[in-house]
Design a protein. Structure first.
Length: 233
């Protein structure tokens, strides 16, 4: 009896360990169902480390080659954004934020089992664009602006475009041969050209234009989704 149970246990482990995986399919299509991520800093945003959630914000296409997959992926985010510029008692910003990225890279599986940890890296282009208004909240400054007949409200347009490099780690679970769930985390290194264009709502429409080159690290702790595997070998 004990020998029979031992043989059954070894057989079950062997089946799980050598189950058919994504390496048996030529390519995969994936959708990101939910992402928790850190956005690039807008202007002098006082609390730029807040994480934002984004449902169904990206898709991915992968070419599979055994334990290595070459990936092409894109993401898109379009929501309203409110924040304090410099400090809570300085300026309040209100507007729309649009962020998108296109990346290519690879990932390497660490096992052939149905539960597959993996690591990889992506390289690509990212654009981050905010358009809205900037309203003064400093009472002393408000008095000075009123005395000089200068408007307290400004139209603002701030954009960042540039290179993004993203090392990543993740985990895939193959529930059946053609379908798997995945969860991954990554750290974005974003090197960008930034443009800040502000126009005061006064009689002269005073314009201020600033340009910078900046770099920042953005932590994206979790992204989960589903993959469909096609083109069996």
């Amino acid at each position: 009896m004990k020998k029979t149970l031992l043989v059954l246990l070894i057989s079950a482990v062997s089946c799980a360990g050598f189950a058919q995986t994504t390496g048996n399919y030529n390519y995969s299509l994936a959708a990101r169902a939910f992402t928790l991520m850190q956005m690039p800093k807008v202007l002098n945003e006082s609390n730029a480390y807040t994480l934002v959630s984004a449902p169904i914000n990206g898709f991915m296409f992968k070419f599979n080659d055994n334990q290595i997959s070459y990936r092409i992926n894109g993401s898109y985010y379009n929501k309203s954004k409110n924040f304090y510029n410099n400090c809570e008692n300085c300026e309040a910003a209100n507007g729309k934020l649009v962020d998108y990225a296109f990346k290519i890279g690879f990932e390497k599986n660490l096992s052939y089992s149905r539960i597959q940890p993996y690591f990889g890296i992506d390289l690509g282009y990212r654009s981050n664009h905010f358009r809205g208004t900037l309203d003064n909240r400093n009472t002393l400054k408000a008095m000075a602006l009123s005395a000089s007949s200068t408007s307290q409200m400004q139209n603002v347009e701030a954009s960042k475009t540039g290179l993004v490099l993203s090392p990543l780690v993740g985990l895939k679970i193959n529930i059946i041969d053609q379908v798997s769930f995945f969860a991954e985390a990554n750290l974005d290194y974003f090197y960008s050209y930034e443009r800040q264009d502000m126009i005061s709502q006064d009689v002269n429409n005073t314009r201020t234009l600033n340009k910078y080159y900046k770099s920042e690290f953005l932590f994206n702790p979790v992204s989960v989704g589903i993959q469909i595997h096609l083109g069996g070998n």
